[in-house]
Design a protein around this ligand. Structure first.
Ligand SMILES: C[S@@+](CC[C@H](N)C(=O)[O-])C[C@H]1O[C@@H](n2cnc3c(N)ncnc32)[C@H](O)[C@@H]1O
Length: 373
């Protein structure tokens, strides 16, 4: 899930850890809402609390557990830690459904494509509520996709796993993407991502395409962004569909920032390096400290080079790509200073997104951007 997929792949080939994801996972019913703006952590029952980032700094800062973790096969995978600390698929899915019914309507959304899917937790979750649903995931990190198959897909049963299609490739060239084979037989093994909908063997045209956890910030140029949006539009059903992405912002997002959350078995640190106002670029790193393993640290478990796009830039690029309408849904988040020292999430749990056409700058906000085909 790091942007530097090649480097990560090489590292992980030597140090891949296989671990039952459910070992650390908590009751999914308790993962209903998103909470924190910059990291979108899961809202599980861990009652995670934020600790002073100084606590983390007392630990040696230069130990990268990737170099030691292969000695100790019972350590959790970084992908498992990521899913627990960053993702909240049920919250995203309820918004996706609501957006679809609001802007398209007339039918239930059945077919989802999750671009930049990483371990495709959202795609897996999508299949649960309706046996007609399918999902497609696309990412260029093969280790994340392999981990997904072993730890997410192969554990949900044959009915669900036969309806998910994971592709390894670049979102800018989806026609080149290759299906990652599931261990279960799949009737559509040779289907490419961009088969036409007239082809009886094709994937069903998507009702919804999404790109979450600020993944569009991995695209740095306007040309790339417009190209990507064109591919997203192309994947959508001719009967109408939506593309949904998320974004964060606010005055606190344009400077260095470090926050920690404490889970029963690990702490999670989200670190934003300095912010370059000329290129609007920053580097995000996710670190973990394993509390049950002599506080071993997994430094830079994930690292992303991001361009922090503005909302109007995104809207312009979506329109240029051919989307007819663009809607903004925003929620103000608690000030970053409060969050650093806050126990649990307090009122952040209850903050809902609202559709806006204007919004005054805040310390911190999260947005869903919904583009209608
Ligand atoms: C911030 S992570 C998001 C993962 C997941 N969507 C989530 O919600 O947590 C960004 C993901 O995008 C992938 N990625 C970045 N650039 C990509 C590209 N051009 N094509 C395909 N995947 C890409 C990375 O491998 C990583 O898994």
């Amino acid at each position: 899930m790091g942007k530097n997929g090649k480097k990560q792949k090489n590292q992980n080939q030597n140090h891949r850890i296989r671990k039952d994801a459910s070992y650390y996972l908590v009751d999914e019913e308790q993962q209903q809402q998103q909470t924190y703006p910059l990291t979108q952590p899961s809202n599980n029952n861990d009652d995670p609390s934020l600790t002073n980032s100084d606590d983390e700094e007392q630990e040696s800062d230069n130990q990268n557990i990737e170099s030691t973790v292969n000695d100790d096969s019972h350590l959790p995978s970084k992908f498992s830690l990521y899913q627990q600390s960053v993702q909240s698929p049920k919250g995203d899915i309820s918004y996706l459904q609501m957006f679809f019914l609001t802007y398209i309507g007339g039918r239930a959304p059945l077919h989802l494509q999750e671009d930049f899917c990483g371990t495709a937790l959202l795609s897996t979750e999508w299949l649960r509520s309706d046996s007609r649903r399918t999902s497609v995931g696309l990412d260029f990190d093969l280790d994340a996709l392999d981990w997904c198959i072993e730890n997410n897909v192969n554990k949900v049963g044959a009915d669900l796993s036969s309806r998910i299609f994971l592709y390894h490739g670049n979102v800018l060239q989806p026609q080149e993407a290759k299906l990652v084979k599931n261990s279960l037989p799949n009737t559509m093994d040779n289907i490419t991502l961009e088969e036409t909908e007239n082809d009886s063997e094709a994937l069903p045209p998507r009702d919804i395409v999404c790109a979450f956890n600020f993944s569009c910030c991995c695209l740095h140029s306007r040309h790339e962004l417009v190209t990507y949006f064109k591919h997203a539009l192309n994947a959508l059903s001719k009967k109408g569909g939506i593309f949904v992405m998320d974004l964060y912002g606010g005055t606190s997002s344009e400077c260095e920032l470090k926050m920690q959350r404490k889970f029963p078995n690990f702490t999670y640190t989200w670190e934003q390096a300095g912010f370059d106002i000329v290129q609007r670029k920053t580097r995000i790193s996710l670190h973990y400290t394993l509390l049950n393993h002599q506080k071993k640290k997994l430094r830079h478990a994930f690292s992303y080079s991001w361009r922090l796009w503005s909302l109007p830039e995104i809207k312009d690029c979506m329109e240029e790509a051919g989307f007819r309408f663009v809607h903004f849904w925003i929620r103000q988040m608690p000030d970053s200073e409060n969050i650093k020292s806050m126990e649990g999430f307090g009122s952040a749990r209850d903050i809902k997104y609202e559709e806006v056409t204007s919004f005054q700058q805040q310390d911190s906000w999260n947005a869903y951007i919904v583009a209608v085909s």
